[in-house]
Design a binder for this molecule. Sequence first.
Ligand SMILES: [Zn+2]
Ligand SMILES: [Zn+2]
Length: 139
Amino acid sequence: MSNLRNCSKCGRVFPYMGRNICPRCLEKEEDEYQVVRRYVRDHPGAGVIEVVEETGVEEDKILQFLRDGRLQAKGLTASLRCERCGQSINSGRFCESCINEVNAEIQGHLPQKAKSEEPKRPPRGKVKDKMHIKDRGFF
Ligand SMILES: [Zn+2]
Ligand SMILES: [Zn+2]
């Protein structure tokens, strides 16, 4: 009765444990997080582009760490924007006023289908070559 899933990153089948990426990719993500965290600690105020170039970690991932609230760096948060109005924010996906508006909408129109479940933007199809090269280290 094992609950198997395909990893959303590498496509491997793995036993599902609450995340839709496999332990191997999770570990890789953790490594990348540590690298980024160390870099911004040593270079406070470094912008996203600089961190991407110096650490080799994808911009999307760095932004994801910021959105998750795991990473806090002045230079990096400047590039994080509210998905609704575009205002700059420190963590999460929306600015405070949008969060309030969204909450009010949800409370006001509860029977309506929640729109937040739909992806806000189409996934970017490109997979960077260097990720494949790195993958080899795990075989
Ligand atoms: Zn994987
Ligand atoms: Zn907003």
